[in-house]
Design a protein around this ligand. Sequence first.
Ligand code: CAA
Length: 248
Amino acid sequence: MSKRVALVTGGTGGIGSAICRELAGLGHTVVATYYPPEKEAAEAWQKRKKEKGFDIALAAMDVSSYEDCERAVGEIARDKGPVEILVNCAGITRDGTLKKMTEANWKAVMATNLDSVFHVTRHVINGMLEKGWGRIINVASVNGQRGQFGQANYASAKAGMHGFTMAVALETAAKGITVNTVSPGYVATAMTEAMPKDVLESIINSVPMRRMGKPEEIAHAVAWLASEDNGYTTGANIPVNGGLFTSH
Ligand code: CAA
């Protein structure tokens, strides 16, 4: 199996961490990005991973800034080589019903969850095209497929990510690049832990598997999409949601 340079945005987060561990365990050179003001927490995360045998590089990257992504991707290419596997996993929530949603909470979610996908991918795509090989995986959400009360911003951004996936998949299909979305359901991370307990409980009760997902279950799907074996799936939206939403 070829060893690749893999970039995971939001790599220090709940799902991002599992993806980093999985890709590093397969022998890839993994770079996890973190939000620049969170340097100390990111370095502590890196130390914990190292103690468990995972050597993961860190890159400060404000994914909401086109210029900062250009800088960071350039530095990674210089230090490690061009990015061959890109996992767009950075994301935030600012939940609230539309009647109360502020413009700031709309814009923050769109910038971090959707603009980021353009900002980062735009700076890796030419390298992949030159090489004739690339894997792009966008981590969206079941709530981008079915909507969710209190998430007009988040559901819009996550649905938009898959639009991006489909368009870029068509542009790159003949060039050795696959572009896919993974749409997790409710996964046990700090993001879901921050939800009101009663709301979370009622959602878990509505999941056909009657449990939350594990970050590793998302990481396995990402790893398959990132592998050499996946040469023929592109433009797809892979649900990993315990049956919460089924589609054709
Ligand atoms: N469906 C229908 N009505 C609902 C409802 C629902 N799911 N949830 C609340 N309501 C009703 C309430 O009963 C209440 O009705 P009344 O006004 O008649 O009493 C009303 O809506 C409350 O409206 P408010 O605007 O006052 O809402 P709120 O301030 O109480 O809180 C909320 C709304 C912040 C959205 C809160 O419900 C919440 O946090 N929900 C969780 C949203 C969620 O699932 N987030 C996922 C986070 S994790 C993630 O995003 C990862 C991933 O990809 C899955």
